[in-house]
Design a protein around this ligand. Structure first.
Ligand SMILES: Nc1ncnc2c1ncn2[C@@H]1O[C@H](COP(=O)(O)OP(=O)(O)OP(=O)(O)O)[C@@H](O)[C@H]1O
Length: 246
């Protein structure tokens, strides 16, 4: 990469202390535009803290976050989201009495001021991507848990994000829905050039989705490379207590 590279997402020396514990300790990483980056590491490594710092849930004690070259210093969660950094969709609320289609359209309309696009067309394309076509006019409360998770994620993609940060998007989700979520991420990445930072413990999915992963351990970036490269590093193996990254 040339030195003039503008990263989709960049953290510089991010530090966050909780009492005596440095949850993130000088974390610097760069994610290129259109990349799908994995963020892995053992329990307690600081991954969620990093996500919270990047998305403005926590203010860092030191360091900075840049989105497309612009510092996010001092900005709150909502301001950051408005700039196009969109967080995991586990928190997106669905309206149980509304249909799948209405939920998607509502997500679009709630952020209408941010769009230049056509809400109906985007809704149709999300219904196609999620393969929820048969259920498009079904109320959200009648969906299975997995289908609801899929719809929540699709609602998140109705936000015009340039960079999506997904924290454990596959946890507790059945394999069929997992595949649909993976397809949706790949499609949003290819079609809209969106950038992703994905925290996951599911190595087979990380291997499929993420050409490069960043490994965090004890609050620091311990390694970066392809999953197979980093899985061979002694310090990574030791950090996972000798368990293979499978
Ligand atoms: N709000 C908080 N107050 C105090 N300690 C916290 C807080 N949030 C996180 N921590 C601590 O910071 C460390 C890093 O936690 P974090 O949740 O970021 O790790 P993680 O890599 O996401 O772990 P996991 O994979 O288990 O979710 C842990 O020791 C955790 O207990």
């Amino acid at each position: 990469m040339s030195s003039g590279q503008v990263w989709a997402l960049e953290t510089q020396g991010l530090r966050k202390r909780f009492g005596g514990l440095l949850a993130t300790n000088d974390v610097s990483l760069t994610v290129a535009p259109g990349e799908i980056r994995g963020l892995i590491g053992p329990n307690g490594a600081g991954k969620t803290t990093l996500v919270n710092l990047v998305t403005g849930v926590h203010a860092p004690d030191a360091g900075d976050v840049r989105l497309a070259g612009k510092s996010l210093q001092g900005l709150g969660m909502h301001q950051i989201a408005r700039l196009g950094l969109v967080r995991s969709f586990q928190v997106t609320r669905l309206f149980g009495n509304m249909t799948v289609r209405e939920n998607l359209l509502t997500s679009f309309l709630a952020r209408r001021s941010l769009h230049s696009g056509d809400g109906l067309a985007l809704t149709d394309s999300m219904i196609e991507l999620t393969k929820l076509g048969r259920l498009a006019d079904t109320q959200a409360k009648k969906l299975s848990g997995g289908q609801r998770a899929l719809l929540q994620m699709a609602c998140g993609f109705m936000v015009p994000g340039t960079c999506y940060v997904l924290d454990e998007p596959f946890s507790g989700i059945n394999p069929v829905i997992k595949d649909s979520i993976i397809d949706m991420i790949v499609d949003v990445n290819r079609r809209h050039g969106a950038t992703f930072l994905i925290v996951s413990h599911e190595m087979s999915i990380v291997r499929r989705l993420c050409p490069q992963v960043t490994v965090m351990m004890e609050g620091r970036v311990a390694a970066q490379g392809s999953l197979d490269e980093v899985a061979r590093l002694p310090e990574v193996i030791a950090g996972y207590l000798g368990k293979a990254l499978e």
